[in-house]
Design a protein around this ligand. Structure first.
Ligand code: PGA
Length: 244
């Protein structure tokens, strides 16, 4: 894993956006894996700015998002569909047909998992997957204890995850208990992974990722087994972490 240290969140976002823009210029029809949450928002802002100023085009880019809440349709303002349109898709020139998120309101959710997995495969696979990490080490919504072999699946959200995400809702009771997420095996099939980590609250998770064992009790640790991972983390997240 290559680790790049950023001064702060803003710097991390700028470095991450430049990293992605460079990849897009090299391969304008790449398949991009995307993430939601607080971490990638700054990166998306920079992608939009670059699109407006430098006209980087997304016309031939295909995207797959990591996850969606079960029971939330695309027009629910707290859905990850809505998040992505507000924070990125609505402000760049990507055709909606190229955008993929799991359907959290599918009648047959297990079938939706299979279809999503199949669709990623048919696209040729994800070239670069952007990831955030939960303070409990989750990637996507794969909580501690998830099998490293899992493909796209329905998962039960950890209470700590619901508490962390409650800031996006009026009330914690509105935070769903279930989500549909790419599995660890799906994420690991990406040709390249870009993990962003910022803030003191992620410092302990960062330490476990870099210094700890590879174990299903800490999902992100699996990234140590991937041959092409870049981590961009800020000083606060990296504070006191021994980078090998
Ligand atoms: P955050 O979430 O970016 O909102 O901190 C990261 C994650 O849970 O994967």
């Amino acid at each position: 894993m290559r680790i790049i240290e950023a001064h702060d969140y803003e710097h991390m976002s700028e470095l991450a956006a430049n990293y992605l823009i460079d990849k897009i210029h090299t391969n304008p029809s790449m398949v991009l894996g995307l993430a939601t949450g607080g971490t990638p928002q700054g990166t998306y802002k920079h992608l939009i700015q670059d699109h407006q100023r430098n006209h980087t085009t997304y016309k031939e880019i295909t995207t797959y998002n990591l996850d969606e809440y079960v029971g939330f349709s695309a027009d629910n303002p707290n859905s990850y569909h809505a998040f992505m349109y507000e924070k990125l898709f609505g402000k760049i020139d990507i055709p909606s047909a190229n955008i993929h998120l799991p359907n959290g309101t599918a009648i047959d959710l297990n079938d939706e998992c299979k279809t999503y997995e199949e669709s990623i495969k048919e696209s040729g696979g994800i070239d670069v997957q952007l990831l955030g990490m939960g303070s409990n080490g989750h990637i996507g919504f794969n909580e501690p204890g998830t099998s490293f072999e899992a493909t796209t699946q329905i998962v039960h959200l950890a209470q700590s995850t619901r508490e962390a995400n409650a800031r996006f809702f009026h009330d914690i009771n509105e935070v769903p208990h279930e989500a549909i997420t790419m599995g660890i095996a799906t994420i690991m099939k990406s040709k390249e992974i870009l993990l962003l980590v910022a803030g003191e609250a992620k410092n302990e998770a960062m330490r476990k990722l870099v210094e700890g064992e590879v174990d299903e009790s800490f999902p992100a640790s699996v990234l140590n087994r991937h041959s092409h991972v870049t981590i961009i983390a800020d000083k606060k997240a990296l504070s006191g972490v021994t980078v090998r």
